[in-house]
Design a protein around this ligand. Sequence first.
Ligand SMILES: NC(=O)NCCC(=O)O
Ligand SMILES: [Zn+2]
Ligand SMILES: [Zn+2]
Length: 467
Amino acid sequence: MSTRTLIRGGLVITAADETHADVLIEDGRIAAIAAHGSAVAQGWTADRTLDATGKYVIPGGVDAHTHMELPFGGTFASDTFETGTRAAAWGGTTTIVDFAVQSRGQALRAGLDAWYAKADGQCAIDYGFHMILSDVDESSLKEMDLLVAEGITSFKLFMAYPGVFYSDDGQILRAMQRSAANGGLIMMHAENGIAIDVLVEQALARGETDPRYHGEVRKALLEAEATHRAIQLARVAGAPLYVVHVSAEEALAELAGARDKGLPVFGETCPQYLFLSTDNLAEPDFEGAKYVCSTPLRPKEHQAALWRGLRTNDLQVVSTDHCPFCFTGQKELGRGDFSKIPNGLPGVENRMDLLHQAVLDGHISRRRWIEIACASPARMFGLYPQKGTIAPGTDADVVIYDPHAEQVISAETHHMNVDYSAYEGRRVTGRVETVLSRGEPVIHDRQFTGRAGHGCYVPRATCQYLG
Ligand SMILES: NC(=O)NCCC(=O)O
Ligand SMILES: [Zn+2]
Ligand SMILES: [Zn+2]
């Protein structure tokens, strides 16, 4: 039986508009939107009415970069699809795109099937997959075509992590040529991993073992160099390119220069690069390990450039790169050798709130908040307008957001399965109150009302920023 839900009296914010409007939801979709107080809206009846007076009504967040249960550095990211998607819902995110992994020597199909199995029946919110390519050869190139047809329309390659996920320039060029032909989008981890490994070895030989050296060896210039090289390879292949987790001003300058030339080059940054810095990596007593991720945190001065890039659209997306490892037992694997600290930070629950705080701090406008966190990732990865906006016919993935509520971010209160918060003690204004996923309340008045298995796999179209 169909349920009608009515959200009354809120300020509806999309990437395009802000309107005081009522939103009618039926059969899991937005049925209609009408000005608050209009005769049309007053005539609506519903089984469930949610009062959003004084609140924002925004599209559910789309986090296009998560790693639930990622195998890394001899351990696994500590959020499962169940715990990670529940935490995402608490933070106002209603869709994730996670990375299925091809292990070396394995077919893409095997890696993808393993990810379908991990997520199936576990998720509180909807999900899709990108595919990590670890072994670019004739057979994996052929498989890329099949995956694009199946709705896996983006592929991550690594210029970092030699011996693990690393692809050389020839492999990268081949994968790009294939994506130019099949419509897929190459997502690049742009760091010169071969040069970084030399610097790691030299640092360790000098006895530089603390977490802060992770930031020192993974130099901004090596991110910029790899970004430049990835752009040139994409040009040669005639392929579009999306550079993930951009952290260095110099790398952003490469993207901006390419975009100025009109090239189809896109960039993502993450909250950790906007709000944290090498000061965190330098925290004493091995606490810096909590902030080890790649690309690494940069000196604070890089943040202004990233905010500018988000305003000027040289960066289009903010995703989390959520890849949590507990401090106890996981980050600790790298005591005495920073190169053994599993790379990654938790954050899937914090993104919408941190970016709302950025609105209050004057870095971005409200509509740009929704654009970089909802609409643009949905367009980039072929989910729009089903996801990422509020419009008649789209999925009713809707957040009622209280822009005045104060909160202090803490591991004591978060829902991610990780024993620390990268933002411990940070005060932010704004908080998720209610979250609907396809019309079903998964968070209702700050209570979890969802369930594992509600979330559905969503096949994706190709990038909607291209021709
Ligand atoms: N980013 C990170 O440190 N860990 C996750 C894997 C990746 O995205 O490179
Ligand atoms: Zn990466
Ligand atoms: Zn990642």
